[in-house]
Design a binder for this molecule. Structure first.
Ligand code: PPS
Ligand code: MG
Length: 355
């Protein structure tokens, strides 16, 4: 682990690990359980709120002066007692587990104890920061890829620290991502940590041995266009998949795209899964603004693994605009060798809808 932001890394890793344990247990108990009616989103709702309560509680105690841009707010919990009780119980289960001192956890982070409902709701609401161009701030997506979570597919717990609108630390927990991409049926649960200037590393999300704390450095492979495989969203509503197919044709990419929910795509790309090579996310129409928490940690994972992330016109992503990024720009994440050619192909097609 690098010395730069070492206590922030420790805190963020511990917080994301605890939240991922919680979401995994919600999935195993509620989503897989036979009681779930098709279309019932309540497990993802409780998991979302309680994961944000856990992470914000820890951040608040470890770095009391840092604001947080979080996806959720607690207003629904103030009016729904049943939901509130479930969230408080789940968050306390995750927070009260005693600090793992060997893994660098500290009791002063509010762990190893239970919290009252008021404290936990206030912690969730601490995620209401509007963002901006100056100072330190965290951004959190407690469950990115909610649809993937419900399907038992990919989802991610995503946390980043920004300083003066630049992402300095990105931590992404992917409970369902195979630890070793060459054994897709092997152990699942991978954790990714990127620190500006110090690379992107992978470690097991749920360590059992002390050797599991070893950080493995990630480097994106250098691929030619003909070897590329596109990584893209599962949901047609979230990205212009038809445009992706046209761009693939222009570039001579023949491999069928890999579809994956959530920022797990950035993580998979950073470690070169399945000949990944490009994550294309072009808007489906006019008006949608991408959220800061959907791209801040993932983009640093790519950059620190040697790749480039830009909007579809080649500009770097601007994280200083508030809770969202600019309108209708799309995201192109790829290895250095092919990024410019992909931008050319997008331009050649006259951009994407809404660009
Ligand atoms: N219309 C539209 N356009 C673009 N993006 C949208 C749109 N609607 C939602 N979202 C955001 O997409 C997040 C999930 O994106 P994914 O990359 O996981 O795609 S997908 O799950 O395969 O759909 C998803 O994140 P979560 O809400 O955290 O799941 C949303 O923030
Ligand atoms: Mg999201």
């Amino acid at each position: 682990m690098s010395d730069y932001l070492s206590s922030e890394q420790n805190v963020a890793v511990a917080a994301v690990r605890r939240a991922c344990k919680l979401t995994t247990s919600v999935f195993n108990n509620l989503v897989k359980g036979e009681t779930l009616v098709k279309g019932d989103k309540s497990p993802v709702t409780v998991a979302d709120f309680s994961a944000q309560a856990v992470i914000n509680t820890i951040l608040l105690r470890a770095f009391p002066h840092d604001p947080i841009i979080g996806e959720e707010d607690a207003s629904d919990l103030r009016t729904n007692e049943l939901l509130r009780t479930r969230v408080v119980d789940l968050a306390n289960e995750a927070l009260s587990e005693k600090p793992n001192v060997e893994a660098g956890e500290e009791p002063s982070w509010g762990i190893g104890q239970k919290w009252g409902a008021d404290d936990l709701l206030a912690a969730i609401d601490k995620g209401n920061y509007e963002g901006g161009r100056s100072g330190r701030m965290w951004t959190l997506d407690p469950i990115d890829g909610t649809k993937g979570f419900l399907r038992g597919g990919q989802y991610a717990v995503c946390l980043a620290l920004l300083v003066d609108a630049r992402v300095e630390l990105g931590v992404i927990g992917c409970p369902n991502l195979p630890l070793d991409p060459s054994s897709p049926d092997g152990a699942r649960g991978a954790l990714f940590v990127a620190v500006r200037g110090h690379g992107t590393h992978q470690l097991p999300l749920f360590p059992t041995l002390s050797a599991d704390h070893t950080h493995i450095p990630l480097r994106m492979p250098t691929l030619a266009l003909s070897q590329l495989r596109f990584l893209e969203s599962v949901e047609k509503a979230h990205a212009a998949l038809d445009t992706n197919a046209r761009i693939a044709e222009v570039l001579g990419v023949t491999e069928a795209p890999a579809r994956m929910d959530s920022q797990a795509k950035y993580a998979a790309l950073a470690r070169g899964d399945g000949n990944g090579g490009v994550y294309l996310r072009l808007p489906t129409g006019v008006g949608y603004r991408e959220k800061i928490w959907d791209h801040a940690p993932g983009s640093l994972l790519i950059e620190e693994a040697g790749g480039i992330v830009s909007d579809s016109r080649g500009q770097s992503l601007d994280f200083g605009l508030g809770r969202t990024l600019g309108e209708n720009f799309g995201v192109v994440a790829a290895g250095k060798a092919v990024h410019a050619q992909i931008l050319e192909a997008i331009k050649g097609l006259g951009g994407a809808p809404g660009i």
